[in-house]
Design a protein around this ligand. Structure first.
Ligand code: HEM
Ligand SMILES: *[C@@H]1O[C@H](CO)[C@@H](O)[C@H](O)[C@H]1NC(C)=O
Length: 331
């Protein structure tokens, strides 16, 4: 190899050196073979029902990935998000981030009832959420990973945790990063996992502020590309239309790819929390650029989903394996 060539190789290796940070962590106490003996068909059953649901409605892949995220950020990945309200439970489904927004619960119910038939009282709802998120990523065209398993289900929920821990679309970059750090996740995780917004929808109410009154002075967010902002205003009026839906990646709304990062660089990120990754952080910007330039690298770093999946699981004899994901086993 000519000298200049080897220099080039070394230089490009160096350029990618920080990306070793993207190496996924192991599952800790969790491991992919957890159900190999107790319910060998578990992963296949989950996969087939998620595949059917996504075939019926492409958006369901996005909704299931988000359910896992909103579960893990509240008391760990313990299926607390799935509990309905009752005398003892104040449901997380009514929190600001989840109300009129979190969806996919019926798909989880269908998976759970199939698993209860195959191997009663064995596969936790928390593991169903983790597996569904992995399957959804693959079905949408993204990377695949072996999902560490063995989580158990909570016997309670936390509405305040749901309201406080899950970042809001108008949080500052610092607040969002802090909310990730509280969960043991870092800047690399924040940027890579935000790449989930390459699929799925957001409601008008989640970004209206940017269109009309970004800083309380009646002016729009000038970090949003003007033509795009104008198009958004057509279906997201100053008042009303709160629930109107908009795809977050208008180039390839149902395809899991790095187009989200390319749009951020073009000032066409839909949520304020998306755009701040390029406008408010000198540390996040280079990551956005690298993912925008290199889809494989984004896929590699998206494996850090395993880190998110591993937030404070209940293991051993903690918690329980629910028979119905919407309620605890006995009051
Ligand atoms: C970084 C901070 C984040 C903020 C502020 C945020 C905020 C939001 C908001 C406001 C929506 C639209 C909800 C609606 O209007 O109904 C949304 C959708 C979504 N989010 Fe995030 N998110 C963040 C990170 C993540 C992460 C880490 C994941 C996954 C690992 C994720 C996955 C999704 C998906 C897939 C959707 C589309 C859901 C659907 O179409 O049903 N988000 N997010
Ligand atoms: C963020 O959005 C919420 C809900 O729409 C609103 O009540 C709040 O005032 C906004 N915060 C900021 C700092 O703009």
């Amino acid at each position: 190899m000519p000298h200049s060539m080897s220099l080039f190789v070394v230089a490009s290796l160096l350029a990618f050196a920080p990306l070793c940070l993207c190496a996924k962590s192991s599952g800790g106490y969790l491991y992919p073979q957890f159900y190999d003996r107790s319910c060998p068909k578990a992963t296949e059953i989950v996969r087939s029902i998620v595949a059917k649901a996504v075939a019926e409605e492409a958006r369901m892949a996005a909704s299931l990935i988000r359910l896992h995220f909103h579960d893990c950020f509240v008391k760990g990945c313990d299926a607390s998000i799935l509990l309905d309200g009752s005398r003892k439970i104040t449901t997380e489904k009514r929190s600001n981030p989840n109300r009129n927004s979190a969806r996919g619960f019926e798909v989880i119910d269908e998976i759970k009832s199939a698993l209860e038939k195959e191997c009663p009282h064995t596969v936790s709802c928390a593991d169903i959420l983790a597996l569904s998120a992995g399957d959804s990523t693959v079905l949408a065209g993204g990377s695949s990973w072996e999902v560490p398993l063995g989580r158990r289900d909570s016997r309670g929920a936390s509405l305040s945790g749901s309201n406080n821990n899950i970042p809001a679309p108008n949080n500052t970059f610092q607040t969002i990063l802090t909310k990730f750090k509280v969960q043991g996740l870092d800047l690399v995780d924040l940027v890579a996992l935000s790449g989930s917004h390459t699929i799925g929808d957001a409601r008008c109410t989640s970004f209206r502020q940017r269109l009309y009154n970004q800083n309380g002075n009646g002016k729009p967010d000038f970090s949003l590309e003007q033509n795009y902002a104008g198009k958004l205003r057509q279906n997201c009026p100053r008042s009303g239309g709160d629930q109107n839906l908009f795809v977050m990646d208008f180039v390839s709304p149902a395809k899991f790819d790095n187009s989200y990062f390319k749009l951020l660089l073009a000032s066409k990120g839909l949520l304020n929390s998306d755009q701040v990754l390029v406008t408010k952080s000198a540390a996040a910007l280079p990551l956005v650029k690298q993912y925008a330039a290199n889809n494989q690298l984004f896929f590699q770093c998206f494996l850090n989903m395993i880190k998110m999946s591993n937030i404070s699981p209940l293991t051993g004899n903690k918690g329980e394996v629910r028979r119905i994901c919407r309620r605890v086993n006995s009051q």
